[in-house]
Ligand binder design. Structure first.
Ligand code: THU
Length: 131
């Protein structure tokens, strides 16, 4: 799998973010990182709540951190779990909103010690609803 230094750094950032997961209810730690068009990295982890439905996914935490710091375009995403899970449907839709080129937006799927797959955001959410 072709891995640029930028993508390697993105995946490493998601691995570090996984360590910050607050997941006492599911026990399932997720780390995510997004790279914005201007080259910045933003990370997130899942944050659960005793009122389960208020829990938020790692991908959305990372993306919302980016957007709240002025970013409007993401060009790559990395997601780290113990078993190489792909982003949930809600996160795919939210990521799509800020991916001007979903065919070119890599979504790296990894575990703490393996890279499992590379998708594009378009592959993960074909026929997306959009503006
Ligand atoms: N989770 C994520 O952080 N990202 C996903 O794409 C799927 C699920 C979190 C939510 C919850 O804290 C835990 O994983 C188990 O569902």
């Amino acid at each position: 799998m072709q891995l640029s230094p930028e993508d390697r750094a993105l995946i490493e950032a998601a691995r570090r973010a996984q360590q910050q997961a607050y997941a006492p209810y599911s026990g399932y730690a997720v780390g995510a990182a997004v790279r914005t068009a201007d080259g910045r990295l933003f990370t997130g982890c899942n944050i659960e709540n005793a009122s389960y439905g208020l829990s938020v996914c790692a991908e959305r935490v990372a993306l919302f951190r980016a957007v709240s710091e002025g970013a409007r375009a993401i060009e790559a995403v990395a997601v780290v779990t113990r078993d190489g899970a792909t982003p949930c449907g809600a996160c795919r839709q939210v990521l799509m909103e800020f991916a001007p080129e979903p065919e070119a937006c890599s979504v790296w799927i990894a575990t703490p010690d393996h890279i499992v797959a590379r998708y594009t955001l378009r592959q993960l959410l074909p026929d997306a609803f959009g503006r």
